[in-house]
Design a protein around this ligand. Structure first.
Ligand code: PFF
Length: 446
């Protein structure tokens, strides 16, 4: 199996693939609304602290396991555990990761489908001259239309599974290469526009002047979950990508670059979106619809607004596409590891995710009041529980595995650093990341 695994074409390709996995809905859609719901700057502060102390070191742990194992997450974990004289049951962590990404992809595809709808509406000039109230009402009407939502969900999932079925696509590497920089430029442009609105100053204050009284154990837990989500850490998805990593590459440097880009995108999106929110007197705690309502309003005021808005939704779609491919990879790799061929494995995953995704679609209409657990409907459940509980639990176990269970030499070689660098990483994971994740999980759950 080792010999047959594909490799990323270059170091750059690996960084782009991981950035593609990290930058997605988490930065542009989830970050602003979750920050809005959790008190602004205090949440942002916590989230950045978690990225540094937890997300980044655990990201390295996760990728190094894949790189050392060079197999599907489940097989890598089992193999490395046995080699270290530990229990082969560690392999079940790979299955847990696959279950986590299954839940996440089921709503990710639905929300990415919203971008398709908005892209088409925008290209057709549907937002030209629309008032904020009309944009809001249009979004509500869309959410109440399961047929349209199902169509977009189906289209997005098909796009994802086709690429996954085709393998670690060179084409996608190139596309990423070309288009991700354009996304940054557009975000900068939007943030620049935001600076000219009267919402800019209140937005900055809201984002950067923390009210420490807003911090509760639950807010801390939301911030931790979001740090894992946005970096794509904790579900063995980056472990799957690590298995294709080139031999000669410094993992800490690659991971650091990804984290910086990821936070930068979130900040730019946050500045742009909150400026519009405050300029229009909207509610920052609006929830999942926040971006879909604010952006059409903002762009409507810009010259060539419809064009920019269309380009923006196109890039957002590409960003979510590269993330969803990463979300699908651990499931497909697990099935492949169990002997299935890649094509049928991708098809099976696609159908299963599609079916469960329908529950998210219907959460905005027929099933809005169906609350199977914790008083939440399915969409609320799949957008919170996997991110805030499964990812941190998975990340915690991944960190324990890499820093305590794996053979030291094997871990060091896979991290691709010298002795001092390894000691630093291991010390941070052992004595900062693991205790921190543990304490926050317990405090948040009690
Ligand atoms: N990081 C992606 C985003 O911010 O949209 C989402 C994600 C991808 C989460 C892969 C988890 C994962 F394993």
């Amino acid at each position: 199996m080792n010999a047959t695994l594909e490799r990323w074409g270059s170091r750059r390709a690996f960084i782009l693939a991981v950035t593609g996995a990290a930058v997605g809905l988490g930065n542009i859609w989830r970050f602003p609304y979750i920050t809005g719901e959790n008190g602004g700057a205090a949440f942002l502060l916590l989230y950045i602290a978690f990225v540094l102390l937890l997300g980044l070191p655990v990201m390295m742990a996760e990728i190094l396991i894949g790189r050392a194992g060079r197999r599907s997450p489940m097989l890598s974990l089992g193999h490395l555990a046995t080699a270290a004289g530990a229990s082969a049951h560690w392999r079940w962590l790979g299955l847990f990761g696959a279950f986590t990404v299954f839940c996440i992809l089921s709503f990710y595809s639905v929300v990415s489908g919203w971008s398709i709808e908005f892209l088409v509406t925008s290209i057709n000039g549907g937002f030209v001259g629309a008032t904020p109230a009309e944009v809001g009402a249009g979004f509500e009407a869309f959410l109440g239309d399961p047929a349209r939502m199902t169509f977009n969900h189906t289209l997005f999932l098909a796009m994802t599974m086709l690429v996954v079925a085709a393998g670690v696509a060179k084409g996608l590497e190139r596309l990423n290469n070309l288009l991700m920089p354009l996304l940054y430029v557009l975000l900068l442009l939007l943030a620049g526009y935001a600076a000219t609105t009267e919402g800019f100053a209140p937005a900055l204050a809201w984002l950067f002047r923390p009210d420490l009284a807003a911090i509760t154990p639950l807010v801390v837990m939301h911030a931790m979950g979001h740090a894992f989500f946005t970096l794509a850490v904790g579900a063995c998805a980056l472990m799957a990508y690590g298995a294709y990593m080139p031999e000669q590459q410094s993992l800490p440097r690659a991971a650091g670059a990804v984290a910086v880009l990821d936070v930068a995108v979130a900040l730019l999106a946050g500045i742009a979106i909150f400026s519009v929110v405050f300029a229009q007197g909207m509610d920052p705690g609006e929830g999942p619809g926040l971006m879909f309502v604010t952006l059409p309003i903002a762009f409507a005021e810009l010259p060539w607004g419809a064009l920019w808005l269309s380009v923006f939704f196109l890039l957002l779609l590409l960003a979510t596409w590269t993330s969803s491919i990463n979300l699908a990879e651990p499931m497909v790799a697990t099935l492949q590891g169990a002997g299935m061929r890649r094509g049928p494995a991708a098809a099976a995953v696609g159908v299963a995710v599609w079916l469960v995704g329908l529950l998210s679609v219907l959460s905005f209409s027929t099933l809005a009041e169906w609350r199977p657990l914790f008083g939440m409907n399915v969409f609320d459940l799949v957008t919170t529980i996997p991110t805030e509980i499964f990812l941190p639990v998975g990340g915690l176990l991944i960190a324990i595995f890499a820093a305590w269970v794996m053979r030291r030499e094997e871990a060091r070689a896979a991290l691709g650093v010298g002795e001092a660098g390894f000691r630093l990483w291991q010390g941070v994971v052992r004595w900062v990341s693991i205790p921190l994740a543990f304490v926050v999980l317990i405090a948040g759950l009690l």
